[in-house]
Design a protein around this ligand. Structure first.
Ligand SMILES: Cc1cc2nc3c(=O)[nH]c(=O)nc-3n(C[C@H](O)[C@H](O)[C@H](O)COP(=O)(O)OP(=O)(O)OC[C@H]3O[C@@H](n4cnc5c(N)ncnc54)[C@H](O)[C@@H]3O)c2cc1C
Length: 508
């Protein structure tokens, strides 16, 4: 019998992962990608000797000792990538001259917080003890258990952190931080994870702190595009084909079954199963032209907040920032408007811990900040205005950084600005959203109780994967989601799911 033909929309990390597992499990797959390169949001780009990264600051499961690492091992992904583990993740500078540094060693962090605010001793102890409880947390490889046995295994993985998870999943970081008497701790704690929504739950903060403490989360040297290229290469080795510059405009449906896709030029491709690893909104409302959603799906798209639209201003500078904390949250002497959004602070990141990002003695710097999609969309309608608006924000960021790092402005060699329109154009993500859904307390509870629907009620042979159905907005979950999708297909066909890949480099 001929292998079933799968057609995957999108060569982001979820689509590439699904492709690899599809090939290994005896499906015949092809990926169609609108951009000219793989990776989607997991990307970096080169400009005159500098590499600017658009995604990974830390990757879960980097350490071989964590359960999640199995995912990378199966795919042969982190084999040759040295991992950089942060000692200090970010420093939050107060207006009173003091600074609150997020040390990744929890004991060091506790010492530092006590130095800053002995009067908060009780809350600090509670904070550190709770973070340590999450050291027992392991992310399951199978996101959705298909059998009672798998459900039991999942339960066992979660058991050690069941009570801490129930306790902290619905407590927003802001609410907890308000308990500190010290204004620096109160203000700094909610700012450590940039772009987190107002109800960002303590559980997520704790789980990241615990992973960093145990050196389970780190940065893969070479950055995001290297990881995406390696996965794309793996897929090709397994016999898969990626078609770039191939934007899918419609999913073809006949008799309530997905049967193929249509492209911009009107041509079609048929397959047995269609997997969308593309943006959730465009999949449901454009490619499927508003087919009936489940009640739950209607609720998500009506009520759930989406992650923010952002601007990324990147600078290549002839100055060595390696002694600086990898990220610094700086107060500005006066607020500035970048586009039409007011900013009282900027977060500066450098990549000096990765020698592939800039020539020796030079630094690749990035400032990511919240942006208004509608503003940038209206600018884009007039190319001259759009270019001028990008130049202006770059100049404003350089001027603001010059205040803090005198002499920096004249060392700037390369400037690059990405707007929400850039994200939308190159990845198709809804309003340039940088990580799917915003992860608040409600979303957290939903994730812990069954997850989101990946199929439509009256549509066979169709599946969604990626960050819009497996929220968390990270590369590891996107890759796990691709794996999960193929596992579901194997379950439907009543065959074993194979995770034994030929060794990387050994061919299909
Ligand atoms: C600024 C920033 C910081 C981040 N930091 C981290 C981090 O520190 N750690 C971490 O793990 N993750 C981080 N992430 C998140 C991570 O990059 C994403 O969650 C993940 O890459 C999403 O993968 P995906 O495959 O689900 O979706 P996407 O990357 O969006 O992939 C979708 C793919 O589908 C393609 N596509 C869309 N529509 C079509 C169509 N109609 N036809 C053909 N192709 C189509 C797109 O071009 C894209 O390639 C960050 C992201 C950003 C932007």
């Amino acid at each position: 019998m001929a292998n079933k033909k799968l057609l995957i929309i999108g060569a982001g990390m979820a689509g590439l992962s699904a492709g690899c597992y599809a090939q290994t499990n005896g499906f015949d797959s092809e990926i169609f990608e609108l951009h000219a390169i793989p990776g989607g949001l997991c990307t970096s780009w080169q400009r005159r000797g500098y590499t600017f990264d658009g995604s990974i600051r830390y990757l879960n499961g980097a350490s071989p000792s964590s359960l999640t690492h199995e995912l990378w091992r199966e795919l042969g992904l982190l084999q040759d990538a040295p991992i950089y583990y942060y000692d200090r993740f970010i420093r939050f500078e107060g207006r009173d001259g003091r600074a609150f540094t997020l040390y990744t060693d929890l004991d060091r962090l506790q010492e530092h917080m006590l130095e800053l605010s002995p009067q908060d001793e009780d809350v600090i102890h509670e904070f550190i003890e709770a973070a340590k409880q999450f050291r027992k947390m392991e992310m399951p490889l199978d996101l959705t258990p298909a059998t009672p046995l798998e459900a039991m295994e999942l339960g066992q993985t979660m058991l050690p952190i069941l009570w801490p998870a129930l306790r902290w999943r619905s407590v927003p970081v802001r609410e907890f931080a308000a308990r500190f008497k010290d204004p620096l701790l109160r203000e700094g704690l909610p700012e450590f994870f940039q772009f987190s929504p107002p109800d960002f739950p303590m559980m997520l903060l704790f789980s990241v702190l615990a992973m960093m403490h145990d050196r389970e989360a780190g940065y893969p040297i070479g950055g995001s595009q290297r990881l995406a290229d390696t996965l794309a290469e793996r897929y090709r080795e397994l016999g898969g084909a990626i078609h770039y510059r191939s934007r899918v405009t419609r999913i073809l449906v006949e008799n309530d079954r997905a049967v193929g896709v249509e492209f911009e030029d009107g041509s079609e491709r048929r397959a047995d199963v269609i997997i969308s690893a593309a943006d959730g909104h465009s999949t449901l409302f454009n490619l499927l032209q508003g087919r009936t959603l489940s009640a739950a799906q209607r609720t998500y798209y009506r009520d759930l907040p989406v992650s923010k639209s952002i601007l990324q201003v990147s600078l290549g500078v002839a100055q060595d920032f390696s002694a600086e904390t990898p990220a610094v949250n700086l107060p500005l002497p006066e607020p500035i408007y970048l586009g039409n959004v007011r900013h009282e602070r900027l977060v500066l990141k450098h990549y000096c811990f990765d020698p592939t990002m800039a020539p020796p003695g030079h630094s690749a710097l990035s400032v990511w900040c919240e942006a208004d999609y509608n503003y940038w969309r209206s600018m884009r309608a007039h190319p001259k205005h759009y270019r001028a608006a990008k130049d202006l924000v770059a100049q404003q960021v350089i001027t603001a950084l010059e205040e803090r790092y005198p002499g920096l402005a004249e060392k700037v060699e390369v400037v690059d600005v990405a707007t929400p329109i850039t994200y939308e154009r190159y990845t198709g993500n809804w309003r340039g959203a940088f990580a799917g859904w915003a992860l608040g307390t409600r979303k957290m509870s939903m994730m812990m109780t069954g997850g989101m629907s990946k199929t439509l009620p009256d549509l066979d042979n169709f599946l969604m994967i990626g960050q819009w159905v497996e929220p968390g907005g990270n590369v590891e979950l996107a890759v796990a989601s691709g794996r999960d999708g193929i596992k579901d297909l194997c379950d439907q066909e009543d065959r074993d799911f194979c995770t034994q890949f030929p060794r990387a480099g050994a061919g299909a």
